[in-house]
Design a protein around this ligand. Structure first.
Ligand code: ATP
Length: 680
């Protein structure tokens, strides 16, 4: 737990109670955050600012927090920023009266569009002072930019960006920041700069979402205790820690500020757990597993505990949410402020909380045949797997990938899927996450009826015997599965831990047994033009892992193996739309001339890649900070496996994980590295 002591003076003096939160005040906070790398200081700046919001304009707390975590709405809403560089450059040019050529030249020189925008704004003579931007105004403006659709939407997006930029104050705000040369990234708090970075979908302040969440908890506790005691008392360390625990638990079950913030404001943080619980309709971040290299490693880790070995199905993670039309209100939700009736709904969400209902209408159509009459509401954790209706067996993941992702019509479905259920998180009005896995599994078995080829429970065996585990592992592989998921059965350790890569779920994949431990999910940053047969496409690619502490993509290998000709053509078409002129400032790669790819891309695509082993190389930067001699970890003989559409670039394998995989290669002669906990 992290405790920031003390309240403090209002960080931004020029704003009166009841006034909308000035966007300049948020930017001043961003600027301070940007100037430090110390987590406690970052948290203190955010907490102080949020306390001021709570005291002066609590009604703006929601848009303030959303902009702090660079979101417009909860992930499942599908409303996202991440506007392409070329569109933003156009808008910056048009709103500041500079030609696109000049903007591009600046971008080439400075490399950060936020700073280019700030510079352009500063050089622009203004006839009159624009009306100051407010946090709620910026949020609303961004929202309309992100949601415009249909004909002419590009033009309307540009118009929306121009509107925000022309109202932005380019000058540094906040004491001490004045005079900072904004072309250098030294914390000049220009509104234009932060608007552009927000539009790009990357604020790059070093402000992780969990830090903002803790800052929010601290601010609320401070605000509640000081106002209850007329400012004469400040909260104790334990009160702050308790507030943090409460908010983290609630957010992990119900990751929606839209629901949580109004509840905090209305009923206080202390009552949040009574008012906000997991509810069908709001997807939670799934629990994840840790890789292991052998069955003996599993036995060592779970020694003396009862555990179960389930097939690890090779399909797509799905979270199915359901509330029957005739469910009693208490079975659906106890949150009236959710603002919508959540009865009569069925949704399927991805690993990323993306709504997959339009991809799987066939599952939703069949759902009533496997849901028992007494099951009125649930949240189910499962894997959808391609199913061969003739042979009645599982098909490999590649088959599933051939399905369309959107607007699928039941009658057109060619690749059938079967749902393999492995956990139940909510049933008939009750959240089950705190129950043991043994209890949850029993309830799962009770609540549904298997239907061959449509709905099945994950195959499992509860055993601690090495030979039996070996046998089920082999069986799972014969059944076209990836290996096993080994899970704790009893005690608090077997509870469902949303969003955690947990010690209590271990994965044993067949590939690990002789290899390095796991495949990696890497971001495509650049490409090299093909030679010989591959002249019309990209022949090789530069890949990177993600470092959440520095918010940089660190290069890890070039890859040219594992691609069919058809897929190279497809990648060429897709990636050509993501080409940018220059590496982004948050790409960490060797500066050597011969190491540069022919083209750079927006960081968007994530690929799963296998490797023979890992080595150190001066050419790459992965985990270089942790390695001796500043060399990065790199993959030897990398091979492309598949596209990971269900992962965002900042969910790629982390640098810490890469470092751990490198160290673990020779675990027998080297001490084990620190444990990895890269997920929220
Ligand atoms: P990968 O899928 O490449 O292993 P990941 O990061 O997506 O990596 P992990 O947590 O490492 O996910 O592995 C768990 C994944 O395995 C789940 O996300 C789920 O999609 C899948 N899976 C298949 N069968 C099971 C099962 N019985 N229990 C839990 N997860 C399962």
């Amino acid at each position: 737990q992290t405790v920031v002591k003390g309240g403090g003076k209002d960080p931004y003096p020029d704003w009166k109670a009841g006034d909308p939160v000035p966007y300049a005040a948020l930017c001043a906070t961003f600027s301070k955050v940007e100037m430090t790398t110390k987590r406690l200081e970052i948290m203190a700046h955010c907490s102080l600012f949020l306390q001021q919001v709570l005291r002066l304009t609590p009604g703006d707390l929601l848009p303030t927090i959303l902009l702090m975590v660079n979101k417009l709405a909860a992930d499942y809403s599908g409303i996202e920023l991440g506007i392409g560089e070329s569109l933003i450059m156009k808008a910056v040019g048009e709103s500041t009266g500079r030609s696109l050529q000049v903007i591009k030249a600046d971008q080439n020189e400075i490399g950060d569009l936020g700073l280019v925008a700030a510079k352009s704004r500063l050089n622009q003579p203004t006839m009159f002072k624009p009306k100051p931007l407010t946090v709620r105004g910026v949020h609303a403006g961004l929202m309309s930019i992100a949601t415009v659709e249909g004909q002419g939407s590009q033009g309307r997006k540009i118009a929306g960006i121009k509107k925000l930029l022309s109202a932005a104050d380019a000058e540094s705000v906040g004491k001490g920041a004045k005079g900072v040369d904004i072309t250098e990234n030294k914390g000049g708090a220009s509104e234009a700069k932060f608007i552009v970075r927000t539009l790009e979908g990357k604020l790059r302040l070093g402000l992780a979402e969990k830090t903002a969440l803790v800052a929010l908890a601290q601010a609320v506790v401070f605000h509640e205790i000081t106002t209850a005691n007329d400012g004469k008392k400040v909260p104790s360390t334990e009160q702050l820690a308790q507030g943090e625990r409460t908010l983290k638990t609630v957010y992990s079950e119900l990751p929606s500020y839209e629901v949580i913030i109004p509840m905090i404001l209305q009923h206080g943080l202390g009552n949040l757990q009574d008012n906000c619980r997991l509810q069908p309709g709001v997807p939670l971040k799934p629990m994840l597993a840790r890789p292991t290299k052998s069955i003996t490693e599993v036995l060592d880790r779970f020694e003396g505990k009862d555990f179960t070995c389930e097939y690890k199905y090779d399909g797509e993670r799905a979270q199915i949410h359901y509330v029957a039309h005739d469910a009693p209100q208490s079975f659906a939700t106890d949150i009236p402020s959710a603002g919508k009736s959540v009865k009569g709904v069925a949704n399927i969400f991805s690993r990323n909380s993306e709504d997959l209902s339009k991809k799987y209408p066939d599952i939703l159509a069949k759902l009533p045949t496997w849901v028992k009459d007494t099951t009125k509401s649930f949240v189910l954790d499962c894997e959808t797997v391609a199913w061969d209706v003739v042979e009645k067996k599982l098909l490999p993941f590649q088959q599933l990938m051939t399905r369309k992702r959107k607007d699928v019509k039941v009658e057109d479905v060619k690749v059938k899927v079967c749902v393999f259920a492995f956990d139940l998180l909510f049933l008939n009005g009750e959240a089950l996450v705190k129950k043991t896995f043994r209890e949850r599994r029993e309830m799962l078995n009770e609540a549904f009826t298997p239907v061959e080829g449509e709905f099945s429970f994950a195959t499992y065996k509860d055993t601690n015997e090495l030979e039996e585990i070996q046998a089920i592992l082999e069986e799972s592989m014969k059944a076209a599965c990836e290996g096993l998921m080994v899970k704790m059965l009893d005690g608090p350790e077997s509870s469902y831990e949303p969003s955690k890569r947990s010690q209590n779920w271990l994965k044993v994949k067949k590939d690990y047994l002789a290899g390095v431990g796991d495949s990696l999910d890497l971001v495509v940053l650049g490409a090299y033009f093909g030679k010989g047969k591959r002249t019309s496409v990209y022949g090789a690619f530069l890949l990177a892992c993600w470092n959440p502490s520095t918010e940089k993509y660190e290069t890890v290998c070039n890859i040219g193996t594992g691609f069919s000709e058809a897929i190279l053509e497809e990648f060429h078409t897709k990636l050509s739309e993501m080409v940018i002129e220059k590496a982004k400032p948050f790409y960490s790669h060797s500066a050597g001339n011969k190491d540069q790819p022919d083209v750079w891309f927006e960081p968007q695509m994530v690929w799963e890649v296998k490797t023979a082993d890992l080595t150190l190389s001066p050419r790459y930067k992965a985990a270089a900070e942790e390695m001796a001699g500043g060399k990065g970890v790199s993959l030897r003989f990398p091979r492309f496996i598949r596209v990971r559409d269900d992962k965002k670039p900042d969910q790629a394998t982390s640098s810490r994980m890469v470092a751990e995989m490198y160290r673990k290669q020779d675990a027998s002669s080297k001490p084990k590295g620190p444990s990895v906990d890269d997920d929220f």
